[in-house]
Design a binder for this molecule. Sequence first.
Ligand code: UDP
Length: 237
Amino acid sequence: MDTQQMLYEGKGKKLFLTNNPQEVLVEFKDDLTAFNAEKKGSEQGKGALNCEISTAIFELLIQNGIQTHFIKKLDSTHMLCKKVQIIPIEVVVRNVATGSLTKRLGIEDGKILPFALVEFYYKDDALGDPIINDEHCKILGITQDTTELDFLRTQARKINQILSEFFITRNLRLIDFKLEFGKDNEGNILLADEISPDSCRFWDKDTNDKLDKDRFRQNLGSVKVAYEEVLKRILQK
Ligand code: UDP
């Protein structure tokens, strides 16, 4: 495949144009960042692990009727995806209180929430990705259309149901995760970005050990070992 110029470099990935204007090449990087890139690190092999984990999760979601940008995995760190215009909202789904939710609302860490909570954050590094509601979305010009936001919430809940049910069979509790969506050139809203231990929290079902980026955020060590464990459990038959 002819790769062309780099379209974008984010914290965990690079995006390249391809010779097909409807498709982009996504490269998964080994870099790790946390706290809005105030903490930086790198773990050799992390990009390949996230590429493989994301591939498996996109395939599972596609099998279950979710429209995504994923086309195929190309090699250890690259996947081919449909080109979309990213909607600048981070959609966070939470099953268990931890992280910023416990800090913001004083809810006890580890408390199971009575229902899956869906939150919107404005994707803007300079502002530190502030939490926003539907009216903020309208004022910011993200969308004038509440049905689009309702669609994001509905998709997020469906994805949560599919993934939570899958991961519990692999002895992992899906605590919370972040999704991004984008629009293709026909205006369809597709699940985009990645789904990996960089963007999800996974706790071991029996021990509640953290098997995700919190190992990096909280200096718990062996980030790669944890990501390898997540991949091993996803691939187990
Ligand atoms: N998350 C993410 N990118 C972000 C912010 C959060 O992938 O820029 C994920 C994070 O990994 C977790 C969920 O979204 O699975 C909720 O994160 P939270 O709001 O608790 O933020 P944090 O504690 O990471 O500051």
